[in-house]
Design a binder for this molecule. Structure first.
Ligand code: FEO
Ligand code: CA
Ligand code: CA
Length: 665
C-alpha cells in the first residue's frame, strides 16, 4: 500500500534477466582499461575515441551567459540576476465554459473547465498553427500535461483539518464519493489554453474556442496495429476501436506536423484486477491485485466510467466487461491543439509501456520520421520508432505513426549499440513465445523487448535530439534498487541514487540500426560526480535525479531535476536543496544552475517562444513534503505561488531577461 500511495511509485516489473546496464557499463569500462573508482573515466571517453567527438565538436557550442544561482531550500523560485519570473498558469485557473474562478471548493464539473493539477510536459504552439517551432513569440496555444493529483490539496475545501498523506482520501478504503472522483478525473489529462503577451508586457490566459480540457473521461480513438484487436475489445468499445481518457501524462512530444503527444506513464496503478493469475499484459506493467491508487472503480454511483478501472473478468467475453481496459492505456496520445473538435488518438505503433514522453528527431523531407521514447521504471528500456513512409512536409499527418518499426535499445559493452526490431514473426516474436500478432507484440512491448535482449536502464526519463549534430540525449534519473554487488568503476554507487545522462549518435543516419553511445554527465554531489571532462560537479553545477531535458535551437541543454519528495533535503540529498533547472553546453560539458524552485516540488516542462526570449517552465507538486500531521494542522510545507495561508498550486512560470535578450545567453 505504501508504495502505491507514493507519488513516485513506479513498480519494478522487469524479471527478464537481461543484463543490467550497470554490468554492461562496468564490462565496457573494464575492457577499456580505466582505473577502478574513477568516475571521470566513465564519461566523455567513447565519443573521443571513435572520432564522433570531432564531428560533434564542430563549434564551441552555446554561451551560458548568466551567473549561476546557488542551491536553495526556501519556499521561493529563484532565477539569475537580470531575469524575471512570473506565474502565468496555475492549477485551477479557468480556461473554458463559464470560466469558473479557482477556489478550494470548486466542484468536479468546474475542475473540468479549469487547468488540471500537477503540470508536467508542455509546448508553446505559435498561434499561426503552421510550425511548432516558428511563428509568433507573443501569442500561442500553451498545451500542458497534468500528470497526477494530490487529493488533499485538490479537495482542500472538504479535507481541511484531517490527517492526510499525499494520495489519501477520507473514503479511500470504502465506497468513493462520486463528486470527489469526478473532480479527480477532471484534474488529470491535458489542457490547451491560449496565452498572449499584452501591451503591458504581461502574459495572460485568453478565452478562445480552441481552449479545451482533455481528461480521464475524454473519448479517444485507438490507431495502429492494435486497433480492432481482441486485446482492446471492451464493453464500451466491442470493436476495440475506442477508449476513454488519458492518465499519468508525464512528458510529451511535439510532432513535425504541429500536433502534441501526451505520454501515459504510471497509469497501471489506477487499475485493479482481482481475478487471480494476471495476464502478462497486466502483470508485466504492475496492475494491482488488491486496491488501486484512487479506487475510482469503487465510486458509489457505480457508473460505467468508474467501474471500468476494475479489470477483473466479470462476463463471458471481453466485450461484456473491462478486463481489457488497462490494455487501452500505456500509449502515446496524439492531440491536435488547433482543432478543438478533433478526437485524441492513441498511436499504438509507438509501443505500450510507462511512456515518459517521446522526442522527434528533426524531420527531413523524403526520410522516415524517427522518434525516441523511454520507459520510466527501474530496469526498463529505451525505444525508437522509424516510420514506414517518408516525411512529406505539409502533407504528412499523424497516421504516418501507424506504420513502421519499433525498436528497443541494446547498449553493448564496447560502446556500440543495436536497435532490436519488435516485429511479429521475427527473432522469436511468434507463436512459440505466445505472440499471436503485431498487436500482441505492441500490447506486450516490454515482454517482447525482454525476449530480444534489450538493456535494462536506470529509469529512462526525457530525451532530446541535438538540432545540429543529431546526437540523442536521455536522462536516467536514478535506480535505488541497484545492489552494492553491481558497483564498479563506472557505476560505483550501489544504489545509484543520483542518476546520469546518456547520449548516442546513430550510425548511418537517424533511422540506422546501430549507434555509438557515451555518458554526458554522471550526476551527484562534489566528490561523487563527473562531467564529460571527468571533472567533479561543483557548487555551481551539482545536481541529481535528472528528469526533464530539452536542447533548444541554440543548443543549450536544459536539465531539470526530480528528487523525490520522500528524500529531498535529507541525508545524501541535502546538498542539492530544492529541485532545480540547469543549462549545459554540449560541446564543452559546462553546466550551470539556472533556477531553483520552492519547497516540495519538481521542475518539469520547458520550452521557449521561437525567438528564445521568453521561456516557460512548470513547477509541479509544491508542498508535497507536507506530513499528514502538518496537513491536519494547516501547516503546508509550501504556500507557493500565492503565499499567505493559500493551498500550494502547480503552475507554469514565464521567465525572461529584463533586457529581453535570449534566455540563457
Ligand atoms: Fe513522471 Fe518519470 O516522471
Ligand atoms: Ca518526469
Ligand atoms: Ca521523475
Amino acid at each position: 500500500m505504501r508504495d502505491l500511495l507514493d507519488p513516485d511509485y513506479e513498480p519494478e516489473c522487469n524479471r527478464s534477466g537481461n543484463t543490467p546496464f550497470a554490468q554492461v557499463f562496468s564490462a565496457r569500462i573494464g575492457r577499456r582499461g580505466f582505473l577502478q573508482g574513477s568516475l571521470g573515466a566513465a564519461v566523455g571517453g567513447l565519443f573521443a575515441s571513435t572520432g564522433v567527438a570531432h564531428a560533434l565538436q564542430a563549434s564551441a557550442g552555446p554561451t551560458l551567459g548568466f551567473a549561476p544561482v546557488p542551491v536553495n531550500t526556501a519556499d521561493t523560485l529563484v532565477v539569475p540576476q537580470g531575469y524575471e519570473a512570473r506565474v502565468i498558469y496555475r492549477w485551477g485557473d479557468p480556461i473554458t465554459g463559464a470560466m469558473p474562478a479557482y477556489s478550494p471548493g470548486n466542484t468536479g464539473a468546474e475542475q473540468g473547465e479549469q487547468a488540471g493539477m500537477h503540470h508536467d510536459g508542455m509546448h508553446f504552439f505559435p498561434i499561426e498553427g503552421d510550425d511548432p517551432w516558428q511563428g509568433s513569440s507573443t501569442d500561442g496555444l500553451l498545451v500542458v500535461n497534468h500528470e497526477y493529483i494530490e487529493p488533499r490539496f485538490l479537495h482542500a475545501g472538504a479535507m481541511r483539518g484531517q490527517a492526510m498523506s499525499g494520495s489519501e482520501t477520507p473514503d479511500h478504503q470504502g465506497p468513493r464519493d462520486p463528486e470527489m472522483v469526478l473532480k479527480e478525473m477532471n484534474a488529470h489529462g491535458v489542457s490547451i489554453a491560449r496565452i498572449r503577451e499584452g501591451e503591458d508586457g504581461q502574459w495572460r490566459i485568453v478565452a478562445d474556442p480552441r481552449n479545451r480540457r482533455i481528461t480521464a473521461l475524454t473519448e479517444m480513438a485507438i490507431a495502429g496495429p492494435v486497433r480492432g484487436s481482441d486485446l482492446v475489445k471492451t464493453k464500451f468499445s466491442p470493436e476495440g476501436e475506442r477508449t476513454r481518457g488519458t492518465l499519468s501524462n508525464c512528458a510529451h512530444g511535439v510532432t513535425p506536423w504541429n500536433t502534441y503527444m501526451a505520454a501515459e506513464e504510471n497509469w497501471s496503478g489506477y487499475f485493479v484486477n482481482t481475478g487471480g493469475d494476471l495476464p502478462r499484459e497486466h502483470a508485466r506493467y504492475g496492475v494491482r491485485t488488491d486496491v488501486s491508487r484512487h479506487n475510482w472503480h469503487r465510486s458509489a454511483d457505480g457508473s460505467d466510467a468508474c467501474v471500468r478501472f476494475d479489470a477483473t473478468p466479470a462476463a463471458d467475453a471481453p466485450e461484456g466487461d473491462y478486463r481489457n481496459e488497462p490494455n487501452t492505456y500505456g500509449w502515446m496520445v496524439e492531440i491536435d491543439p488547433f482543432d478543438p473538435l478533433s478526437m485524441p488518438v492513441k498511436r499504438t505503433t509507438l509501443g505500450r509501456f510507462a511512456h515518459e514522453g517521446v522526442v522527434f528527431a528533426p524531420a527531413e523531407a523524403g526520410e522516415p520520421v524517427v522518434c525516441y521514447s523511454g520507459d520510466d521504471a527501474r530496469g526498463e528500456y529505451i525505444y525508437k520508432f522509424v516510420s514506414a513512409a517518408a516525411y512529406a512536409p505539409g502533407q504528412t499527418r499523424g497516421d504516418i505513426l501507424d506504420e513502421g518499426v519499433l525498436y528497443a535499445a541494446k547498449f553493448n559493452a564496447d560502446g556500440t549499440g543495436d536497435w532490436l526490431a519488435l516485429i511479429h514473426g521475427e527473432n522469436g516474436l511468434d507463436e512459440t513465445n505466445g505472440f499471436a500478432s503485431q498487436a500482441d507484440v505492441l500490447v506486450n512491448t516490454r515482454t517482447a523487448a525482454d525476449l530480444l535482449g534489450a538493456t535494462p536502464m536506470d529509469r529512462p526519463e526525457w530525451g532530446t535530439v541535438d538540432p545540429q549534430t543529431r546526437a540523442v540525449y536521455f536522462t536516467l534519473t536514478n535506480n535505488a534498487e541497484r545492489t552494492a554487488g553491481e558497483t564498479d568503476a563506472a557505476n560505483p554507487r550501489g544504489p545509484n541514487l543520483f542518476g546520469q545522462i546518456i547520449r548516442w549518435h546513430e550510425d548511418g543516419g537517424q533511422a540506422g540500426q546501430t549507434f555509438r553511445w557515451d555518458l554526458f554527465v554522471i550526476a551527484g554531489p562534489e566528490g561523487d560526480s563527473a562531467d564529460m571532462n571527468g571533472e567533479a560537479l561543483d557548487a555551481d553545477s551539482l545536481f541529481c535525479s535528472p528528469d526533464g531535458l530539452w536542447m533548444d535551437a541554440h543548443r543549450r541543454l536544459w536539465i531539470q531535476t526530480d528528487i523525490s519528495e520522500s528524500v529531498m533535503n535529507r541525508g545524501p540529498f541535502e546538498a542539492f536543496g530544492n529541485n532545480m533547472m540547469l543549462a549545459a553546453n554540449p560541446e564543452t560539458g559546462e553546466i550551470r544552475r539556472f533556477l531553483t524552485g520552492p519547497v516540495g516540488q519538481e521542475i518539469t516542462g520547458v520550452v521557449t517562444t521561437p525567438d528564445h526570449r521568453t521561456m516557460f517552465i512548470n513547477v509541479q507538486h509544491p508542498g508535497a513534503t507536507t506530513s499528514r500531521e502538518d496537513f491536519a494542522a494547516g501547516r503546508f510545507s509550501s504556500r507557493w505561488p500565492d503565499g499567505g495561508d493559500s493551498v500550494p498550486r502547480s503552475a507554469t512560470v514565464m521567465i525572461r531577461r529584463i533586457d529581453r535578450g535570449v534566455v540563457g545567453a
